[in-house]
Design a protein around this ligand. Structure first.
Ligand code: LLP
Length: 434
């Protein structure tokens, strides 16, 4: 029997015939906490962060974890303790950073629809920078800052019109996208920003997309950003920092994205060659810091062999793992106990949700029986953060593994948790019982 391929996850390995995350047997966690269960490796997250730190060594840089990838307080705390800043996109995310011990002065705030209330919250916390995405947002932020007697530090998120060559739903740097300020409006908007009394220009920002697996789009983006910085500074506006966004892909199914250490070394050469080597730099990685650090452990409920397709029904569903349904994404699925023979059947691995779109993997060769435990891999990013209560299913529990220890960082959502915010509607007068 060949051991299943475990993409990009050095902390995940079979020991004997059992799957371990670091020094913890995953089936023990399933027994203790139930399934579906998300399990994250602290060492894997820190080693992914280390790749960025190595790539930027000797430079003035702030790595801002894009916490939308995985906003668990226990995950944020790992990065905060390692000196990370955070890229947030809502008041809720900012509150999470502060609750987990992150520093407000290392927070940048992205997003096309910041409300006045969120702006006030972020100004009161004294965050490092707002990544402003439109001319109207700039005017509103100016008003809000003046009303509080402060100046708002800003970058403009510019849209460089670079194709990141990834799934269309996660491409953000094209002209047709809702994100950022169009290339041709960048100069007048910077001039306007510099003239507004409630605004302090501190940088420039861009983010072209997610799950990028080629270095070409990054290299193009860097060239365009540096062209823009030169043009803006010629107009007399100083750009203190350059933020290159996030987007670096991971290995889900044999993809070979550039390694952060190597990619950033190459990009820094470009900066040096154009005289920007000493500039303060920011990056906003999400998926590449947590994606391969996580798995979702799930139990096989039923097997339903059929003439055309055979279904393996597991207890995790599209509400826990929405990426296959949303982006036709591939996640590797492996057994927790390495089988002693090759699979002789292929299965549609599906969840219990009442939708045909509720699939986790198509045509997977697995030797499975009801009651077996499976791990859905590369589930650390954009799984729990996009999980829902669809079909009134409670969201899964989350565990952080650290060497031989495991810590519950989020308990399983109960039915009472789900109903806590709701109240019965009053009976209408006409329908009252007589
Ligand atoms: N910065 C900004 C402004 C972003 O919008 C994003 C992601 C990031 C940074 C982090 O990008 P990353 O390094 O994670 O690629 N739900 C989708 C991914 C959506 C990404 C949204 N923006 C998925 O499951 O593939």
């Amino acid at each position: 029997m060949t051991t299943p391929h475990l993409p990009g996850q050095p902390q995940l390995a079979y020991q004997g015939d059992e799957l371990f995350m670091e020094q913890v047997r995953l089936s023990d966690l399933a027994k203790e906490y139930g399934t579906p269960l998300f399990v994250y490796s602290k060492a894997c997250m820190l080693s992914a962060l280390n790749a960025y730190q190595q790539g930027f060594s000797g430079r003035e840089v702030q790595i801002c974890y894009a916490m939308k990838a995985n906003p668990a307080l226990g995950v944020i705390a790992v990065f905060a303790q390692a000196g990370c800043g955070f890229d947030v996109v809502s008041g809720g995310e900012l509150a999470r950073v502060l609750a987990a011990g992150g520093r407000a002065d290392k927070v940048i705030f992205s997003g096309v629809g910041k409300t006045r209330c969120e702006m006030r919250q972020a100004l009161a916390a004294r965050i490092a920078c707002f990544n402003v995405e439109s001319e109207e947002e700039l005017e509103v932020l100016n008003e809000v800052a003046l009303s509080m007697g402060v100046r708002a530090p800003i970058s403009l998120r510019v849209n460089p019109n670079v194709d990141p060559k990834t799934h269309p739903y996660i491409s953000t740097g094209l002209k047709s996208s809702k994100f950022g300020v169009a290339h041709e409006r960048v100069l007048p908007v910077y001039q306007r920003a510099a003239a507004l009394p409630g605004i302090e220009v501190v940088g420039i920002d861009c983010h072209i997309g997610s799950q990028i697996t080629q270095e070409g789009p990054y290299l193009d983006m860097v060239d365009r950003m540096l062209d823009m910085v030169e043009a803006i500074e010629k107009c007399g506006v100083h750009i203190h920092h350059i933020d290159f966004g996030g987007g670096l892909g991971i290995d889900y199914n044999g993809e070979t994205p550039p390694d952060a250490t190597q990619l950033w070394k190459k990009l820094l050469h470009k900066l040096d060659a154009r005289g920007f080597g000493a500039r303060r730099l920011l990056v906003e990685p999400g998926r590449s810091l947590v994606g391969n650090a996580g798995v979702c452990v799930s139990e096989v409920l039923y097997l339903k062999p059929g003439e055309h397709k055979s279904f393996c029904i597991i207890d995790a569903a599209m509400n826990d793992l929405p990426r296959p349904a949303m982006y036709q994404a591939y996640h590797q699925i492996v057994p927790l106990r390495c089988p002693n023979r090759d699979a002789d059947a292929t299965w549609e691995v599906v969840g219990p949700v009442c939708e045909s779109g509720d699939w986790i993997g198509h045509d997977r060769a697995l030797d499975v029986n009801p009651g077996d435990l499976l791990a859905v891999l590369s589930a650390g990013a954009y799984c729990m953060s996009m999980a829902s209560n669809y079909n009134s299913r409670g969201r899964a529990a989350e565990v952080l593994v650290d060497h031989h220890q495991s810590h519950l960082i989020r308990r399983r959502e109960s039915i009472a948790d789900q109903m806590r915010q709701e109240m019965p509607a009053p009976e209408s007068a006409g329908s009252a019982a007589t």
